[in-house]
Design a protein. Structure first.
Length: 532
């Protein structure tokens, strides 16, 4: 009995201390006790309640600290939480992580009559959107500052699984819905609304993204917003991203119209520059389905695309421009410091959008930093290409050439027009089933048929199939029946049969490895690739 009494005394003392610690008033240990309940049962029940209350209090304290960012991750459930997160990053904690746990509407803190959103600057943590939506981001300024929900991100930043809806952005720096300028990764993000840029670069997801090609990516993103480049915009306008420097792009899609008075305009990318022929940017599984309208270097996929490997990319939107206009790329190729003969590869790509040249109304056009000569170029895949290899690709878009007194290189543009200085290009295993509508000035049209010297400006070509006029110097057009009776299909899938050993050796010496997709009969009987 002595040991039992000691145990009860300790238990009662512990209970009173616990109740006092929990903020309760100290009362006799047996206050409110039912006489029918034994002492052991009563005190055990009271101890359990005290422990539960204490645990709940500590859990609430931990959750409060987590929401305020004192834990591993900030939890955002409201606009106020998001502003606190922004202020902490901008106040000197760039690497703090955050997770969004609710949809947000920013119309209470930014908009016409309220003011601009103050962006998050130099973010270097992970922002997990968790599939949620942020609506009504607003900004309108002639300032050349970068703008987006995040104005800039650093190399370790990751922004993912986030949708921006009904954005209304007019900016004069690097401009995008998710980020103005990024050195990190952006994954599985979407944007809708309207963006207008008049500065260095504008894109529906990000204005400009830069990297080393290893640590950061832009992937699985879709733009639905309309993109406009107005006023004094310099260049670099894309549905998804305005400018890319050395970053791989995978599985991105544009569904928003892109237009403007700028150079380097594309459905997915405005301008892309890989690091070198030895370290090209990799572009894979991207598509544009919207109409694209620009001035110089205008393409359904990209405007000015240099030093890259482009695989399984497609355009279905109409493309219109003045100079170097292509179904996929306005310009495709590039140069590098080692003077490689070939620095870019396009393979397994397709264009189904019509491509149109507008009359310039003047004798020449100047791109910022570059002089563009008094000539216009158009191509089903590329308006202008140099130092490039195009393999296993197709054009089904019609080419509509403008009229005017300018030299016009479109007759050889069933697939692409080469740079007239005679740079090396290769085209293998490609088809074009679109028509070419010539300008009213037949002299220019005749000139266009021979200006590039060789087929499509290519020094090497083989297994090229195309319909109708104009007939090319070295390769006769293919009968339409051959496209639908399996003849062309068999030849495409039989590559490299029919290619000379010398040409195959030249193809091998380009330094590229090739991954050729198989072909099948499409709905109209014409060949398409199996991945489409």
């Amino acid at each position: 009995m002595k040991k039992k009494n000691i145990w009860f005394a300790v238990l009662a003392a512990g209970l009173m201390m616990s109740m006092t610690a929990c903020g309760g008033k100290s009362e006799p240990a047996d206050a409110g006790k039912d006489d029918k309940v034994s002492d052991v049962e009563y005190f055990a029940d009271q101890m359990s309640k005290a422990m539960n209350e204490n645990a709940e209090k500590k859990a609430a304290e931990r959750e409060s600290a987590r929401s305020e960012g004192d834990g591993d991750q900030i939890v955002i459930r409201s606009v106020d939480d998001f502003i606190k997160f922004r202020d902490r990053v901008n106040g000197g904690e760039p690497a703090v992580d955050a997770v969004l746990e609710a949809d947000l509407d920013l119309s209470s803190v930014c908009g016409e009559g309220i003011g601009n959103w103050e962006p998050i600057v130099k973010f270097n943590g992970t922002f997990e959107g968790n599939g949620h939506v942020i609506r009504n981001l607003y900004y309108s300024s002639a300032s050349e500052e970068d703008f987006g929900l995040f104005s800039s991100t650093d190399v370790d930043a990751v922004i993912q699984n986030l949708s921006m809806e009904d954005v209304n952005i007019v900016g004069a720096g690097h401009t995008g819905a998710i980020a103005g300028r990024s050195s990190g990764s952006i994954i599985n993000c979407q944007s809708s609304g309207f963006l207008e840029g008049s500065g260095e670069a504008v894109g529906g997801i990000v204005g400009r993204i830069s990297g080393d090609g290893e640590r950061n990516v832009l992937s699985d993103c879709t733009n639905y917003a309309e993109i406009s480049a107005a006023g004094t915009v310099k260049s670099n306008v894309g549905g998804v991203v305005g400018r890319v420097d050395g970053v791989d792009i995978t599985n991105c899609r544009n569904e928003g119209k892109v237009s403007g008075t700028a150079s380097s305009i594309g459905g997915v990318i405005g301008t892309l520059e890989g690091h070198s022929a030895d370290k090209p940017a990799i572009l894979t599984d991207c598509i544009n389905v919207a109409d694209i309208d620009g001035q110089i270097y205008v393409g359904g996929f990209g405007g000015d695309i240099e030093r890259c490997i482009m695989n399984r990319c497609k355009n279905t939107g109409a493309v219109t421009g003045y100079i170097s206009v292509g179904g996929l790329c306005g310009y495709f190729g590039g140069e590098d410091s080692k003077n490689h003969d070939f620095v870019s590869l396009m393979e397994n790509c397709a264009n189904e959008g019509d491509v149109s040249l507008k009359h310039m109304g003047k004798d020449e056009y100047l791109k910022p930093g570059k002089t563009v000569y008094d000539s216009q170029r158009i191509g089903g895949l590329a308006g202008m290409m140099e130092t490039s290899v195009v393999m296993n690709s197709r054009n089904a878009g019609d080419l509509i050439c403008s009229t005017g007194k300018n030299y016009l290189y479109c007759g050889a543009g069933h697939l692409a027009c080469g740079k007239y200085q005679g740079n090396k290009n290769m085209l293998f295993n490609c088809i074009s089933t679109g028509t070419i509508t010539p300008p009213e000035d037949s002299e220019h049209f005749e000139n266009s048929r021979t200006a590039t010297g060789r087929f499509d400006g290519a020094e090497y070509s083989a297994l090229i199939f195309y319909l109708g006029e104009p007939a090319l110097e070295e390769i006769a057009p293919t009968e339409e029946s051959a496209f639908t009776d399996g003849t062309v299909l068999a030849a495409l899938n039989g590559f490299p049969e029919g290619v000379s050993e010398d040409l195959m050796e030249d193809l091998t010496e380009t330094g590229f490895s090739y991954e050729l997709a198989q072909w099948k009969a499409g709905a109209d009987g014409y060949p398409v690739m199996e991945w489409e």
